[in-house]
Design a protein around this ligand. Structure first.
Ligand code: CDT
Length: 315
């Protein structure tokens, strides 16, 4: 018996600074209705789905930056999305900026079951960018200013009949992200992203190069851990800053089974058979038989070349 999860990768087009949460939620609900009409039971939206990609904007005023954060989930503005998901019997995942009651800031995503209950939370671990305004860069990427690194690890959850994991944007470039979930038997990883099509530190890297690196990372993560990966973009030009699209679904053999070719709102629906993960997990990536952990110590002991053994600075 196949174990099918019919997933909708729900790409969002650009969200401008001036757009309200209400406008965005309306767009997300419209995508959910399209996903439902195409037979999906699980919809995945991008990183920081509710707002523009605000880490490109420098602010010295924390209170001003906090306008982009959610103080509760669901909150008054997101409740209609939860209500619609419950009414349609649709499981979902989306990213948002989380402000905790203790005043901590995370770049987070959640898993919500078909009854509208939050059953899983992930907080982005690999935060890219920098803390202070950098005049050398073509554009700013201030995630290290606005968020602290996630503190929840890379758990997997029993969800929609399989083992589900989450990651966020830059996490997809790091093999450790997938492997830690792979070691828990993950069968589907869902992740959202906002990726500028220009490298702020190199004029030589083209948008095509960046799309190549995106596909390379996602396909490798899927193949090397024999898992489905659903990667969902926020795309298009936000207040003059372009984000590439490339929303895709990668199968456990690493092949792309569907990819979005535009930069607007739209859904990519695919019936993913979780049993397709079994062959790779039982053969070339049967970790128990083939991994050689006695040679992997440096991976957790050393952060980078030249760094002392031990915990990374600031950990
Ligand atoms: N949002 C996010 O993580 N974006 C990064 C851009 C890296 S360039 C500083 C990404 O990995 O796509």
């Amino acid at each position: 018996m196949p174990r099918i999860v019919t997933v909708a990768a729900a790409q969002l087009g650009p969200i401008q600074k001036a757009h309200s949460r209400r406008q965005v939620i309306d767009r997300m609900i419209a995508l959910m209705e399209q996903a439902k009409a195409q037979g999906a039971t699980f919809i995945v939206y991008p990183e920081l789905a509710l707002t523009t990609f605000f880490p490109r904007w420098y602010s010295e005023d924390r209170a001003e930056a906090d306008q982009w954060f959610e103080h509760s989930m669901p909150g008054p503005e997101t409740q209609p999305l939860f209500d619609k998901a419950k009414a349609l019997g649709m499981a979902m995942s989306f990213g948002y900026a989380e402000l905790t009651p203790e005043g901590r800031h995370f770049n987070s995503s959640i898993l919500v079951d078909r009854g509208g209950r939050i059953v899983g939370k992930y907080r982005k671990i690999h935060l890219p960018g920098h803390v202070e305004f950098d005049p050398e860069r073509a554009h700013q990427h201030l995630e290290k200013r606005y968020f602290e690194p996630g503190d929840l690890g890379f758990p997997v959850w029993e969800f929609e009949g399989g083992l589900m994991g989450m990651a966020i944007c830059n996490d997809r470039r790091w093999p450790e992200t997938y492997r830690v979930m792979g070691l828990q038997g993950v069968e589907m990883v869902v992740l959202g992203y906002n990726t500028p099509s220009a490298n702020s530190q190199s004029k030589n890297e083209t948008a095509a190069d960046r799309l190549f690196h995106h596909r390379l990372s996602v396909q490798a993560g899927a193949y090397q851990n024999s898992t489905w990966v659903v990667a969902v973009a926020k795309a298009g030009t936000e207040d003059g800053h372009h984000l590439f699209g490339g929303t895709l679904i990668a199968a456990p053999d690493g092949k792309i089974v569907g990819e979005v070719q535009h930069e607007e709102d739209g859904v990519l629906v695919h019936p993913c058979d979780l049993d397709d993960t079994r062959f790779g997990k039982a053969t070339i990536f049967d970790f128990i038989r083939h991994r050689r952990v006695e040679h992997y110590g440096l991976i957790t002991e050393r952060t980078g070349v030249g760094a002392p053994l031990g915990k990374p600075e600031g950990a």
